[in-house]
Design a protein around this ligand. Structure first.
Ligand SMILES: Nc1ncnc2c1ncn2[C@@H]1O[C@H](COP(=O)(O)OP(=O)(O)OP(=O)(O)O)[C@@H](O)[C@H]1O
Length: 234
């Protein structure tokens, strides 16, 4: 579905990502693990062209994205739920969800508010509450709900479990897995929470200082017993 080849990314003079090769097949869910500052967010932003300057190749469904702007990439089915969630504090939950629909192209399918509430039942009693009145877990659910209204082909979640209580992380894992089963056709998820990533993805990449240092399945990751200590323990 999406592939990056020899991707480098820069913020001004700072060279952040180095020769990244990445691919995700239709229907797959893939994790990107790494410490703070490893380059996980930069990679997601590079795929959708939201900030860094990027060189190398990025293809979505075989189409070269080089000349394609961010909003067009969104219309082609890419959605990024950013780490800071960006909930509109003075809009209601329902309005925040509806705004997500604007990312879709005019003729693309999108979910209705009722569809979204069915997928995120915890939001149902909160629909008229204002964004700033939500807890961290509720905000994260809302951010993902807003990300999926446009019926994305590729859903990118940047550290969705960050800062959430364990019981909410479990609930979030169930929700993400339900999305995987129910029509989201590809998912990339960055995480520092290895257990959450393991529960919600098919395989993983590990990034360190802007380079891929491991790519494989979870059993292969587990067989490399030093990976966690070398690249993931803070
Ligand atoms: N807008 C920016 N301008 C300059 N440098 C940036 C910018 N955003 C990130 N960086 C730098 O790029 C590097 C990678 O950051 P990035 O946010 O991609 O890492 P990350 O793996 O997502 O980390 P975290 O888990 O802390 O979010 C870091 O050194 C960071 O300081």
């Amino acid at each position: 579905m999406i592939e990056a080849h020899n991707l480098d990314a820069f913020y001004g003079q700072s060279h952040i990502l180095h020769s990244i090769d990445f691919h995700l097949a239709e229907g797959e869910s893939v994790a990107l693990l790494g410490r703070n500052g490893a380059g996980k967010s930069t990679f997601l932003k590079s795929l959708i062209d939201a900030g860094p300057t990027v060189t190398g190749q990025v293809n979505l469904l075989g189409e070269d994205l080089h000349q394609i702007q961010t909003h067009k990439r969104a219309q082609m089915g890419m959605a990024l739920v950013p780490e800071d969630r960006r909930i509109f504090p003075m809009l209601t939950v329902a309005q925040n969800i509806e705004i997500g629909g604007h990312a879709a192209g005019k003729n693309n399918p999108r979910y209705t508010l009722d569809d979204v509430v069915e997928m995120f039942p915890m939001l149902k009693p909160l629909l008229s509450r204002l964004g700033y009145q939500l807890s961290g877990g509720q905000q994260q659910m809302l951010a993902i709900a807003r990300g999926i209204v446009s019926h994305p082909r590729l859903l990118m979640l940047d550290e969705p479990a960050e800062g959430l209580a364990p019981v909410i992380v479990d609930e979030l894992a169930d929700t993400v897995n339900a999305l995987r089963k129910g029509g989201t056709r590809g998912m990339i998820l960055t995480e520092q929470n290895v257990d959450f990533a393991r529960q919600t993805t098919d395989r993983l990449y590990v990034l360190d200082v802007g380079s891929v240092v491991f790519s494989g399945t979870w059993p292969e990751f587990d067989a490399n017993t030093d990976l966690i200590d070398r690249y993931l323990v803070l």
